[in-house]
Design a binder for this molecule. Sequence first.
Ligand code: HEC
Ligand code: HEC
Length: 277
Amino acid sequence: MNVGDPIEQSALDRRWRLWASAAVGGILVVGAVIGMLVLPNFQRENAALDLWTAICRAVGITEGSPAYRQPITTAQALPVSQVAWDPDVLDILANANPQQGAQIAAQVCVACHGENGVSSVLEYPSLAGQSSAAIYKQLSDYRSGARVHELMTPYAAQLTVPQLASVSVYYGRFAQQATGLGGRDLPGDDYIVKLAREGDSARALPACDSCHVPGAGGPIETPVLTGQNLQYLAAQLRAYKTGDRQNDVYRRMRDISEKLTEQEIDGLARYYRGVLF
Ligand code: HEC
Ligand code: HEC
């Protein structure tokens, strides 16, 4: 039938068009679900973001970072460190005013952290030997609420971001006043020394020194451990282990500390402080 042929042909085309459209639509939906829900949710779990922030980041709206672009109040506890090492933050540090930092230190910080960054109290961390970036990262986290401490939070919260940068640059200038023994070859526990220097591949524990020795290539905010106060080092490892401290980006230190035994924590703190075993 001459009349029927073209109709059947177009009906066939329509069916194919329908199927093709459905297939393309399906692929788009699956892609969107993976890209906007599955992957951000995965990232959320790993980086401890809330789902909304993760989705915003996935679609290119970088809500929640970097820290200084949004007003931050300590009343609102943030799930994760807001410090992002983008050029703006590095600029703030590069242009910080160490004289202003010295004034703030004299007024506020020296009582606990000393004039040269050597703390007066055993449990308080010394700042001498730390980079400005490491100090700034922690101050920003106290200020944003990503790291919480009853003494430090109010001091960090009362300063502006440029003031934090100034005081970080000021304290970042002091060389270490270590005992001189931390991280050195001491007669002692070979196993702990090996753990610090080489890690333990059987337990997927990386060498602490692969990040914590200056110049080793760790993240820019990695603090120097050598010479740090013993009680403080052990307390921080325990805080990461229990989850009391969770401002480490990508859970780096929480994942490591969870695998350490209590004896290893004490041993590593002694090793970096430079106390004989
Ligand atoms: C009343 C005592 C006190 C004062 C004043 C104080 N701090 Fe602290 N600071 C502490 C204690 C205690 C800690 C450890 C807190 C913790 O365990 O989270 C600390 C931690 C820090 C850290 C984190 C160190 C690290 O290795 O992670 C930095 C940085 C710091 N303080 C800088 C400052 C600066 C800058 C000031 C002045 C604006 C200041 N602090 C004022 C007691 C104080
Ligand atoms: C992959 C790099 C990496 C490795 C490996 C690593 N760390 Fe860390 N560590 C970091 C970073 C980055 C921080 C800062 C986290 C933050 O911002 O709070 C940190 C923080 C710490 C702190 C807190 C110091 C302070 O001043 O507050 C201690 C203590 C510590 N690490 C001990 C260790 C020990 C012990 C090991 C080995 C068992 C180790 N780390 C392995 C990167 C690393």
